[in-house]
Design a protein around this ligand. Structure first.
Ligand SMILES: CC(C)=CCC/C(C)=C/CC/C(C)=C/CC/C(C)=C/CC/C(C)=C/CC/C(C)=C/CC/C(C)=C/COP(=O)(O)OP(=O)(O)O
Ligand SMILES: O=P(O)(O)OC[C@@H](O)CO
Ligand SMILES: [Mg+2]
Length: 229
């Protein structure tokens, strides 16, 4: 279960282009894992392409499932989001029920990691798609974190600000509550200062879009996160 010790994650979007040169730098950056995932435009071709290209390197690779149609064998782990702050059962457990009904016999449960998502950027794609209720107080978010850990016993609670740098007070408050469930933070990290700030509280810091906008800035986040206690 080496994901329990991950500090830094690069999230690659299978719907976006990345050159071989950039991919090599990302894979050899010292990050703990490449997590492949995105909200829309995720296809089996895109997911397979990244799997084959990242496999040339030693870094582990995990798939964050957004559609059943784009799942392929060969990844080290499969991360399965459930959006705790959506009111639509589709994104909480219905797609999951369908997938387990169809593929339950062949699933390797040890490779599946359930993530309780709490989406907090009202303007991101994933909030729009899942109908997440983002207007939450710190107490609301802490209650979702407690629910994730104590009620659903989820291994991961993911504070998601996709595309926007988040509220450190929320991340700090959530971290104070969690004992066993790992806290993932992702969203809007573009500088080493931001990466360091989130790494003080989050167990795992996820860096996504900046890879495609400023590779050098993305690469610089690895060292700072891994050196933050
Ligand atoms: C062969 C083999 C290994 C078999 C396994 C069988 C199998 C199918 C197992 C799956 C088991 C299972 C329970 C699957 C669940 C199915 C499913 C579709 C669940 C829904 C997941 C969900 C809630 C998706 C919603 C979207 C979401 C939370 C995506 C996560 C990624 C994310 C937040 C990306 C950030 O947004 P991004 O797209 O990057 O935004 P920008 O482009 O604007 O940056
Ligand atoms: O793309 P950014 O904003 O870095 O967010 C990372 C990740 O949390 C997205 O799911
Ligand atoms: Mg993205």
């Amino acid at each position: 279960m080496d994901y329990l010790a991950w500090r830094h994650v690069f999230k690659l979007d299978p719907a976006k282009e990345i050159s071989d040169e950039a991919l090599e730098k990302i894979c050899e950056s010292g990050t703990d894992v490449i997590l492949v995932g995105g909200t829309d435009g995720v296809t089996l071709d895109g997911v397979l392409d990244l799997l084959v290209r990242v496999r040339r390197f030693e870094v582990p690779i995990a798939l964050e499932i957004s559609t059943v149609e784009s799942v392929t064998p060969g990844y080290d782990y499969y991360f399965i989001p459930t959006v705790l702050n959506s009111d639509d059962p589709k994104w909480i457990k219905n797609l999951h029920h369908e997938a387990i009904k169809e593929y339950g016999d062949i699933m390797v449960w040890e490779e599946l990691v359930a993530e309780g998502y709490c989406i907090l950027n009202p303007n991101c794609k994933v909030a729009e798609v899942t109908g997440a209720k983002t207007d939450l107080s710190i107490d609301d978010v802490v209650a979702y974190a407690r629910m994730a850990e104590n009620f659903f016993k989820l291994p991961v609670f993911y504070v998601e600000y996709s595309g926007m740098y988040g509220d450190i007070e929320i991340v700090r408050a959530v971290k104070n509550e969690l004992q066993n469930t790992k806290l993932f933070y992702g969203g809007g990290i573009t500088t080493t200062k931001q990466a360091e700030e989130m790494a003080k509280y989050a167990d795992t810091v996820v860096v996504g879009n900046i890879i495609y906008e400023d590779l050098k800035a993305a690469l610089a986040t690895v060292k700072v996160v891994k050196n933050t206690l």
